[in-house]
Write a protein that binds this ligand. Structure first.
Ligand code: 5AD
Ligand code: SF4
Length: 459
């Protein structure tokens, strides 16, 4: 459902009316999880700024604090719960402070009551399709001293909105995240995302293009198009066409995207990456398992052979591409032999980076009800073994870059004061001479570590 302009304007008017209330006050949004959530966090902060609040990263000086949570794995939830616990002290010291929670955890049906009851100092909670309503939510919370909950209870086929023209407060002046679609219809058996982010819906291409053009004109150099599965983008053009258009504005910049589902990553998308100079040469293509029986139990809708074909085609067609992936180890009933199929696939493809996850049961998903859970120690063993295999591969891939000259987008200096940046393939590159952040430079690579390169700035 698209939120009407009338509703957006009404919220803007509420924000305006709150300005005197929040004048001189500060707000903090703490985001956990994926880039999609980070993009949401920037919109929520944008709404808070529109209400008259000034952004801060210091909890001690924040008058409004919002935790933008993630529910992807048990560990992510535990982190958030730990932090809410520690907020209690802050709230006792400053009872006037407003504390809210939002994001994927706040959208999980079984969590809402539990969060409100276990943490009575949390003033309000709102779901993943309520961002455009933040001013109205704050107004209601201010006028009632009771805990408030704002979450949709629509069925999956209707749950999910698109709002255009809402404020955004970006956390970087040269890297930007632009959502092109929201939600997910894939229902991988382990995954909570479709339940907490609703069904797939795409923004109009004209809106996306206008946002990207504005960013390029505003000096942004690295623009990431976001979606749970960008390949299911369905505007008045498909995703490869949208990407090509996003890469056609005047100026020096990169446009990249995250994430792709292998079943829909098309030859057209690979062609656009290969041909368009401004499309960053980074392809993140999660495979999740290298075994056909497990892939089927995960409801992934492709097999090992099909994945290999796509991954190898990307490596062949896109010069100097950096190929990365996600994998889950210890999925219910996964045997040692099936795990070794995953290891074998990792060796065959030779990823530049692999995000390895231990399977974590998520309430309400199909896999949660499966028998044959793998003991945690065994999951950890598989995790460590696969990480070792991958580390060797990453080192080899990076060794092959020594002597080459890479274009690097400077990120200023790292915590040790060393100049650092990212390559088109999103690899960390450190170098010898400072370059202002947000500027492109050329670096000749002299040293290679598993997950970082080092070199000399070329003048
Ligand atoms: N357990 C472990 N890893 C998961 N992922 C998604 N759901 C789970 C889960 N229940 C991983 C997948 C996905 C990445 C974002 O997180 O690998 O691609
Ligand atoms: Fe992102 Fe998924 Fe975590 Fe939500 S649950 S923040 S969509 S990774």
């Amino acid at each position: 459902m698209k939120i009407t302009q009338q509703e957006i304007l009404a919220q803007a008017a509420v924000a305006e009316s709150l300005r005197p209330v929040f004048a001189g006050k500060k707000a903090m949004v703490r985001t956990f999880g994926c880039q999609q959530n980070e993009a949401d966090g920037e919109r929520i902060l944008g709404e808070l700024v529109a209400c008259g609040l000034t952004p801060t990263e210091e909890l001690a000086e924040a008058d409004v604090v919002i935790l933008n949570t993630c529910a992807i794995r048990e560990h992510a939830e535990q982190r958030v719960l730990g932090i809410i616990g520690s907020m209690k002290k802050e709230k006792e010291k400053r009872p006037q402070m407003l504390m809210g929670m939002c994001g994927c955890m706040a959208q999980e049906p079984h969590r809402q009551e539990q969060l409100m009851q276990s943490y009575p100092f949390v003033d309000f909670l709102f779901g993943t399709d309520m961002h455009h309503r933040v001013p109205g939510i704050l107004k209601e919370v201010l006028s009632s001293r009771r805990q408030k909950q704002f979450v949709t209870d629509l069925p999956h086929s209707e749950f999910g909105v698109i709002s255009e023209g809402t404020p955004v407060c970006r956390d970087s002046a040269y890297k930007a995240k632009v959502s092109v679609m929201y939600g997910c219809n894939n229902f991988c058996s382990y995954c909570i995302v479709p339940y907490v982010r609703g069904h797939e819906r795409s923004r109009d291409s004209a809106e996306v293009l206008a946002e990207v053009e504005g960013l390029v004109k505003g000096g942004y150099k690295d623009i990431m198009l976001l979606g749970q599965n960008v390949n299911s983008y369905r505007g008045d053009m498909d995703f490869p066409a949208l990407l090509e258009k996003c890469a056609s504005f005047e100026g020096e910049y990169w446009v990249r995207f995250m994430t792709s589902h292998p079943k829909d990553a098309s030859p057209a998308l690979v062609r656009v990456m290969a041909e368009q100079q401004r499309v960053a040469k980074h392809f993140h293509l999660p495979f999740q398992s290298g075994n056909d029986r497990i892939l089927s139990a995960m409801n992934r809708k492709y097999n090992r052979e099909q994945y290999l074909e796509k991954a190898l085609a990307i490596k062949e067609r896109v010069k100097d591409v950096s190929l990365t992936s996600d994998v889950i180890v210890g999925f219910p009933t996964e045997t040692e032999k099936e795990f070794l199929d995953t290891v074998e696939l990792v060796k065959q493809v030779g990823f530049d980076m692999l995000y390895t996850f231990i399977y974590s049961p998520r309430k309400g998903t199909v896999a949660e009800k499966m028998e044959g859970r793998i003991p945690h120690e065994e999951q950890v063993r598989r995790f460590s073994y696969l990480s070792e295999v991958q580390n060797e591969i990453a080192q080899k891939n990076n060794d092959a870059l020594v002597g080459k000259v890479l274009t690097v987008l400077s990120e200023g200096a790292n915590e040790k004061g060393v100049p650092t940046g990212r390559s088109s393939g999103n690899k960390i590159v450190t170098f010898d001479t400072p370059v202002p952040r947000g500027q492109f430079c050329k670096v000749e690579i002299h040293t290679a570590k598993q997950y970082a390169l080092g070199g000399k700035l070329l003048k």
